[in-house]
Design a binder for this molecule. Structure first.
Ligand SMILES: [Ca+2]
Ligand SMILES: [Ca+2]
Length: 156
């Protein structure tokens, strides 16, 4: 899941679509990045907004190609599915998962090959992915879903 990996051509083309105005600097303004996520990745406006927040790593309101690559490496074309999982786990609807919400949510899922996920796996995964703020955002959930083999990201 290296950030340096090349984007598939068609995904690069989405980012570079003149409609979103990335231009030669290859940066998308917040409003245009959100428009792109809605139109090209099938997200709702609220989902696109949360995704932007998560992947605008330096919080400058601009999505660089590097940040977009990180988005694609983490979420790929499973954005909608991951957002739906996130929303169903976020019981108090505050846009973050605390450890309890994440534990309950992950325990209800199975791996791709139908295995149950153990308490230890869930606990370890939450502890290693929750980050400094102690809660889980959409990007962190996506990483956990991949690590626990609940979803496989198709990058083709
Ligand atoms: Ca940024
Ligand atoms: Ca919550």
């Amino acid at each position: 899941m290296s950030v340096g990996r090349q984007l598939p051509k068609e995904i690069q083309a989405i980012f570079d679509d003149p409609e979103y105005g990335a231009g030669i600097g290859r940066k998308l303004k917040r409003e245009n990045a959100i428009k792109m996520f809605v139109e090209r990745f099938g997200m709702t406006e609220a989902q696109a907004d949360a995704i932007f927040e998560t992947f605008d790593a330096d919080k400058n309101g601009v999505m660089t190609l590097r940040e977009f690559r990180q988005f694609y490496a983490t979420i790929g074309n499973r954005g909608q599915e991951i957002m739906d999982m996130f929303e169903s786990m976020d019981k108090d609807k505050n846009g973050k998962l605390d450890a309890e919400e994440a534990t309950a949510g992950l325990k209800a899922l199975k791996t791709q090959d139908g295995k149950e996920i153990t308490d230890e796996e869930v606990k370890f995964c939450i502890n290693t992915n929750k980050g400094a703020d102690g809660v889980i955002d959409v990007g962190e959930l996506a990483r956990m879903l991949i690590k626990l083999k609940i979803i496989m990201v198709n990058r083709k």
